[in-house]
Design a protein around this ligand. Structure first.
Ligand code: SF4
Length: 257
């Protein structure tokens, strides 16, 4: 929960900051008799109030979902809006408070994963995509697995082979992407209804934000040799994420896209 609190705390501070700015604007300018400016200000304040209301609902939905482990379906849209609109502000606030960006991203992925798990849906395997980063591939391997994963001979020198076998066992799509552009192309082509994504916190965060409202369960890779080089991943964590989507929990909620 500590990890999740960081992102939630920054999100809450952002909301307070915007509300404070609105009150300041109101108290400073609204009292003045400035003719047409007064009406412009009223329109502006009302517009900002509406946005803040939606963001507030989204924040409430996120907190309630996390506390109850249940999806608040009616608040899905405000939650997605709050997450995507406020993320850059949260990162900016983190810089002001001197909080490392990767810590915030790690917290964001944790919050996202719990929100996705709260949805408790069930998919047929062919609607699930497992996206792997290219850095999992052994650096000296000559096989071009990004164009076609079947080019992997499953030699066991890196985790890719085992993950492809896992994908076959469950009948889900497994693709390897070199970056965001290729990942977006794969998503556009396969049109999955949910994604299990393996990557570093930074790439997971941008991928999750890119895919909203598609549910994405993020599995963080391990980087024993530094970033983007012969990375590793716990296959059990990937398998659990696959099982969550295709075996489901309470099947009364179906994932929506
Ligand atoms: S498992 Fe596949 S991708 Fe990894 S080194 Fe062997 S052939 Fe290359």
């Amino acid at each position: 929960m500590i990890k999740k609190r960081l992102y939630l705390g920054l999100l809450g501070v952002t909301l307070l900051m915007f509300s404070g700015a609105l009150v300041y604007l109101w108290l400073t300018f609204f009292q003045r008799d400035a003719g047409i400016l007064r009406y412009l200000l009223i329109a502006m304040v009302l517009a900002v109030l509406m946005v803040l209301f939606v963001i507030g609902l989204g924040f409430l939905g996120i907190v309630l979902s996390l506390l109850s482990s249940r999806n608040i379906t009616v608040l899905d849209r405000p939650m997605n809006f709050t997450v995507s609109v406020l993320y850059p502000v949260v990162i900016w606030l983190g810089k002001i408070f001197k909080i490392a960006q990767d810590k915030i991203q790690c917290s964001f992925v944790e919050v996202n994963n719990q929100l996705v798990r709260a949805k408790k849906g069930k998919l047929t395997p062919d609607r699930l995509l497992v996206l792997l980063p290219h850095c999992l591939q052994e650096r000296d391997c000559p096989n071009r697995i990004t164009t076609n994963p079947d080019n992997c001979s499953r030699c066991g020198r890196c985790p890719v082979g085992d993950l492809l076998v896992l994908g076959e066992q469950y009948g889900v799509h497994v693709r390897i992407a070199t970056g965001g552009t290729l990942a977006r192309e794969v998503v556009k082509k396969l049109r999955p209804r949910a994604i299990v994504a393996v990557a570093c916190e930074r790439d997971l965060t941008s991928g999750i934000l890119d895919c909203i409202p598609l549910p994405v369960l993020g599995v963080t890779n391990e980087r024993p040799m530094g970033p983007c080089f012969n990375t590793q991943v716990n296959p059990e964590a990937v398998e659990k994420a696959i099982q969550f989507f295709i075996k489901g929990g309470d099947s009364h909620v179906i994932f929506t896209t």
